[in-house]
Design a protein around this ligand. Structure first.
Ligand code: C5P
Length: 399
């Protein structure tokens, strides 16, 4: 059944950013009820949120409502989670002391669902002991409080007080809504992105991997309670909240890092697009284009380590290992060979020539092939859903 999130927007300049959050939650089929304080409506109109949430937006305790005869009680009863973002010092103070003099603070008091607060204000206000004391108190009451981001604030001052990235708030919401904690107590290591092999100090060999699949797996695993180590090659993505993030450049470095952490892991997933070859000798100086009279340059390439194969040889009993097989032909046969040669428990095969599958796409079409030969072909899905299916298969194997 779909979940319902109430978002109480209070009067900060970051109020406009909540439009993005509402539309992201709606894309996940989460019902969103937006409530705004009077000051919030000065920064962005209720109509924006009405359009995005496809629900009435309540701004006033006394407003006539089609949906709820007594709004503050009706709304509170529907919620699986209440989010206050951006939360002003004023709203934080009212919530701390049980003041209910507007719609948002009244719903906050009537609400029994978990609460997430994302403070956003000028740094001096945020660091004021009164605000800090209030936040401590709310935290003791069991409310989740997100740390604000630091940087240049709208008022020109620099310091903590910015609304955290919408992606961070979104991830936190998904985690709070997701009661599945089937990886609690487990440590999972996943690699992601492209490895890079130097040709000279400015050039390198890489590939088109963006890291989306591996980052999604890391996010899903944290969400389900795992301790996650994300070993990332080159990627422009922001690491998910709560992962131990380690950057790697070349295949050898990535392999060394993963070998070091392998003994403490219950699950290892190889989602990185590891380059298969590197220059036999990277030049110390930048290779000049005019030095070469023939107009050609011969690079000698040698193999990089096969990370999963190396880890597969050192696999400890009970450790679950998963790999990917991106193929352009004979998908199942090639994937099965890799499953064997790398000593994996299952492999996620995808035909990268299919529309909606492969590197930069937000979707993928995969077949999960188990060691016992069982195969499960999944339809076109978002990478987020593929990540959830992979974690489901891991949980199955662990039990
Ligand atoms: O052999 P192939 O590169 O197609 O296998 C793909 C799987 O093996 C992926 O899970 C990838 O992360 C992993 N791999 C690796 N080290 C390599 C090449 C691939 O771990 N050098």
């Amino acid at each position: 059944m779909s979940k319902t999130v109430g978002i109480g927007i209070t009067g900060g300049i970051a109020a406009y950013k909540m439009a993005d959050l509402v539309s992201r939650l709606r894309k996940d089929d989460i019902e969103v009820i937006v409530m705004m304080t009077e000051s919030a409506t000065r920064f962005i109109t209720p109509l924006t949120f009405k359009t995005l949430s496809n629900r009435e937006v309540i701004t006033d305790l006394w407003q006539d409502s089609q949906e709820w005869p007594v709004q503050h009680i009706g709304i509170a009863e529907e919620l699986d989670l209440l989010v206050i973002a951006p939360a002003t010092a004023n709203m934080i103070a009212k919530m701390t002391h049980g003041i209910a003099d507007d719609l948002v603070s009244t719903v906050a008091l009537a609400n029994t669902a978990p609460v997430l607060i994302a403070p956003a204000m000028n740094s001096n206000m945020y660091q004021n002991l009164v605000v800090q004391d209030n936040l401590k108190k709310l935290s003791l009451y069991g409310y989740e409080i997100l740390d604000p981001a630091s940087g240049v604030l709208a008022c020109g001052s620099i310091g903590p007080g910015r609304l955290p990235e919408i992606d961070i708030i979104y991830q936190k919401i998904i985690r709070m809504l997701n009661p599945k904690q089937d990886l609690k107590g487990k440590r999972l290591m996943v690699n992601a992105g492209t490895t890079c092999e130097d040709i000279d100090p400015v050039r390198f060999i890489a590939n088109r991997s963006t890291g989306k699949m591996g980052y999604m797996i890391a996010e899903e695993a944290v969400c389900r309670g795992a301790q996650v180590i994300l070993v990332s090659g080159k990627s422009d993505l922001t690491p998910p909240l709560g992962v131990d993030y380690i950057k790697a450049w070349g295949a050898q470095e990535m392999c060394d890092i993963m070998l070091k952490y392998q003994p403490m892991c219950d699950i290892i997933i190889g989602a990185a697009a590891v380059g298969d070859f590197k220059a036999s000798r990277a030049a110390n100086q930048k290779i000049k284009k005019m030095e070469n009279k023939s107009g050609s340059l011969t690079l000698e390439l040698v193999s990089t380590p096969d990370i999963l194969k190396t880890l597969g040889q050192a696999k400890k009993p009970g450790q679950v290992m998963v790999g990917f097989a991106a193929e352009t032909q004979d998908l199942i046969d090639n994937a099965k060979k890799k499953l064997e040669s790398k000593n994996l428990d299952f492999i996620v095969a995808n035909d990268v020539t299919m529309e909606g599958a492969g590197f930069a796409a937000d979707t993928n079409i995969v077949t999960i092939i188990e060691r016992n030969g069982e195969t499960r072909s999944l339809p076109l899905m978002s990478k987020k859903e593929v990540a959830a299916s992979i974690i489901d298969s891991v949980v199955n194997l662990l039990s």
